[in-house]
Design a protein around this ligand. Structure first.
Ligand code: KG4
Ligand code: ZN
Length: 339
């Protein structure tokens, strides 16, 4: 079954064709970064307008690169949650129209579950359930147990900002560039991660053993010049970047390693934009007792191959979405349930 995947939840306009949930025939990602970087963040109104302008060409390109025509597509999968509502609606409406015009099935899928599915698109990577999922993006930070592609139990989340959001906000404050995560990652390579000793949150006991918090670290990094009465200009940017990155990753690692110890799960699958972070990857690689699976960089960030991939499994067991399916900015199940 050849599934056309469509992803427009944020600032990437993406389409892909994937065969039988694992073979990527094409994977087109048109990034809107240049249109948002002058504002140092995603402007939702611009994002949905660009998706509307680009979606047809992006889907056409995905078909062309796969060497297929529209009649070769068997089904459509599309992100309907979570994300920016206006952006989601563009992809969702396009997917409905495509499926309706061709009279083929279509299915709406969850963007975060799709991030966890990404490593399964690589035939050489054997991903067996259950595993621990680390979902780290611009809007979410989730540590979960995954028992199947559609069955996760949220163990921990952020209690305030998402990990990627903290990277973006610190980069914005210091004028490092956008998107902040990739810029800070690159700058950190020539910085001293021990230059500033940023505090870690005291969230490692009881109900919060797998939770994280980023607002304190973000505030500390941003207020550092004022607190220590140093001129912003005299601080070496690379040192701020490296010290912040170390603290941000250490926060994640502490919660993740607690979850690994308590659940006995030693396979960890990471997904979402922050999973591209080189320091996070290096730190986890040093844990020989863990089997850490990271998707390749092009499948870490937002892409439609993961949407087509996970969509295939719902379609294969006969599930279909109705033509009046709605988009949703949030997913209630991603909030942690306390005992
Ligand atoms: O999954 P994603 O592409 O979009 C969302 O679903 O949010 O994640 C985007 C986030 C942004 O906050 C970006 O700054 C962060 O991923 N990011 C990184 C890196 N590359 C992207 N964070 C840390 N290190 C990176 N190398
Ligand atoms: Zn994402």
């Amino acid at each position: 079954m050849k599934v056309l995947g469509i992803e427009t939840s944020c600032d990437e306009c993406a389409a892909a064709v994937v065969e039988s949930g694992e073979k990527i025939l094409s994977n087109v990602i048109a990034t809107q970064i240049p249109f948002h970087s002058i504002y140092n963040g995603v402007v939702p109104e611009i994002a949905s307008r660009k998706h509307t302008e680009w979606i047809y060409a992006v889907v056409k390109e995905a078909l062309d690169r796969a060497g297929l025509g529209i009649n070769d597509i068997d089904a459509v999968a599309v992100t309907s949650r979570p994300g920016l509502l206006g952006s989601l609606l563009v992809g969702l409406s396009f997917a409905k129209a495509f499926a309706w015009a061709r009279n083929i099935p279509y299915i709406t899928v969850d963007h975060m579950l799709a991030h966890l599915y990404a490593p399964r698109l690589l035939c050489e990577t054997n991903v067996e359930y259950p595993f621990l999922g680390l979902l780290v993006s611009g809007g979410h930070t989730i540590i979960c147990r995954a028992d199947n592609f559609d069955d996760i139990t949220v163990l921990g989340t952020t209690i305030d900002d998402a990990a990627g959001e903290a990277f973006d906000k610190v980069a914005k404050y210091y004028g490092f560039g956008y998107p902040g995560g990739a810029v800070i990652d690159k700058m950190s390579r020539s910085g001293d991660s021990g230059a500033f000793n940023f505090p870690l949150p005291s969230l490692h006991k009881g109900d919060h053993r797998y939770d994280v918090s980023y607002s304190g670290l973000k505030t500390a990094a941003v207020n550092h010049p004022e607190l220590f009465r140093v001129k912003k200009e005299t601080i070496k940017n690379e040192d701020i970047a490296a010290s912040f990155q170390k603290a941000a990753v250490d926060i994640l690692l502490r919660a993740l390693l607690n979850a690994a110890e308590d659940t006995g799960l030693s396979t960890i699958v990471a997904g979402g934009g922050v999973a591209a972070n080189s320091y996070l990857r290096n730190c986890l690689a040093q844990h020989q007792e863990l089997n850490c699976i990271f998707p390749p960089l092009e499948l870490c960030g937002d892409n439609a191959a993961m949407i087509a991939g996970i969509g295939y499994h719902y379609l294969a067991r006969g599930e279909r979405s109705p033509l009046n399916a709605l988009a949703s900015a949030r997913v209630v199940g991603f909030k942690k349930k306390y005992p």
